[in-house]
Design a protein around this ligand. Structure first.
Ligand SMILES: O=C(O)CCC(=O)C(=O)O
Length: 208
């Protein structure tokens, strides 16, 4: 069941799932703004090719990544500590627009560039300790529409999927990361790029 919200002049819908809080702003940015931003970010971001060790074998991550944030907002995933690239003015303005829509503040963002449909992200949840127990994650999509799939960690029959289109903002709150996994599967027929930016709040003293 879905219900509509109007938030800061942006219309959104709540996606009702057990043990999850999902809000989708389908047209958070106009497609013109989103496409311009995609072009700029493809050129200007210092995209990294990362490797991940699976069963003792080093593999290239099937997408390019970058980690932006406030000083000190370092983030460990796949066993690697990522130190943030400082924000620029355009990204700070975008962050502030996202913060207004979400009613939350973020100090960092993970950028993913899916060069085409052969790039993907496998099942995972954003549940690293530095994000806290019930993180708010705001996920902005630019470019090629891609399928975003969710499955419940315990109730194997609970699944959901949506298409994240250019300019959409998906906000995940509450128990979503504790209870659900998500993925962006490969879609080999897609030839266009997509950028996804997940705004996050790193708790810098989470070990103390
Ligand atoms: O590309 C997306 O929509 C999801 C990205 C993602 O899952 C992540 O950055 O953790």
């Amino acid at each position: 069941m879905q219900q509509s919200n109007l938030c800061f002049g942006q219309s959104s819908e709540i996606i009702q799932l057990e043990n999850a809080e999902l809000e989708l702003f389908a047209q958070f940015l106009t497609s013109e703004v989103a496409d311009n931003l995609l072009q700029k970010l493809v050129e200007l971001v210092d995209w990294q090719k990362e490797t991940i060790r699976i069963a003792g074998v080093e593999r290239l991550v099937p997408r390019l990544t970058a980690w932006y944030g406030d000083k000190g907002a370092s983030y460990t995933y796949s066993g690697v500590v990522h130190h943030p690239v400082p924000w620029n003015e355009r990204l700070l303005a975008l962050k502030s627009q996202v913060e207004q829509a979400c009613g939350a503040e973020f100090n960092s963002a993970l950028f993913n560039l899916y060069r085409d449909g052969k790039d993907s992200v496998a099942w995972h949840s954003d549940d690293e300790p530095e994000l806290g127990r019930r993180p708010i994650i705001a996920s902005l999509s630019l470019g090629a529409p891609r399928s975003f799939q969710l499955k419940h960690k315990k109730h194997k029959d609970l699944r959901h999927k949506l298409t994240l289109t250019s300019g959409s903002l998906l906000v995940m709150r509450g128990d979503t990361q504790q209870c659900w996994l998500h993925q962006v599967p490969k879609e080999p027929a897609i030839t266009e790029p997509r950028i996804n930016i997940t705004f996050r709040n790193i708790i810098t003293n989470h070990n103390q």
